[in-house]
Design a protein around this ligand. Structure first.
Ligand code: THU
Length: 128
């Protein structure tokens, strides 16, 4: 758990967030054991911005991994650490690839975090 959160903090350093000033990092653990990190990447047109969680998921899927164990998320404005809860779009993207038991770790430090399952964060998610 600590190691995954540490990797999320490392990814946060690459956050490109000149518009919101809110820096987010994520570390996604695949069932293979491989970890994929991501940060938020914003855009002047706002809409094309991508959250840290989706960056990590899309990196993983584009590298051939589609099954995941858990994700650690950290964030905050410069110099602060809050535990970001994933946005609705990211929850839906998680639901595409992850089981309801998938763990979402929302951390403020390596020792302080809340864990919720995807099933708790997005009950009755849409599926075809
Ligand atoms: N953001 C994330 O990357 N993940 C979250 O869980 C919450 C929000 C990003 C989107 C945007 O770049 C900034 O944080 C402020 O909303």
């Amino acid at each position: 758990m600590k190691e995954l959160i540490k990797q999320a903090f490392e990814a946060r350093k690459n956050s490109y967030s000149p518009y919101s000033g809110f820096q987010v990092g994520a570390a996604l653990e695949g069932k293979s054991g491989k970890v994929y990190t991501g940060c938020n990447v914003e855009n002047a047109a706002y809409g094309p911005s991508n959250c840290a969680e989706r960056t990590a998921i899309f990196k993983a899927v584009s590298e051939g991994e589609r099954e995941f164990k858990r994700i650690a998320i950290v964030g905050g404005h410069e110099g602060e650490s809050v535990a970001p809860t994933p946005c609705g779009v990211c929850r839906q993207v998680m639901a595409e690839f992850c089981e309801p038991s998938f763990e979402v770790i929302m951390a403020t430090s390596e020792d302080e975090y809340e864990v919720m399952t995807l099933g708790e964060l997005l009950p009755k998610s849409f599926d075809l």
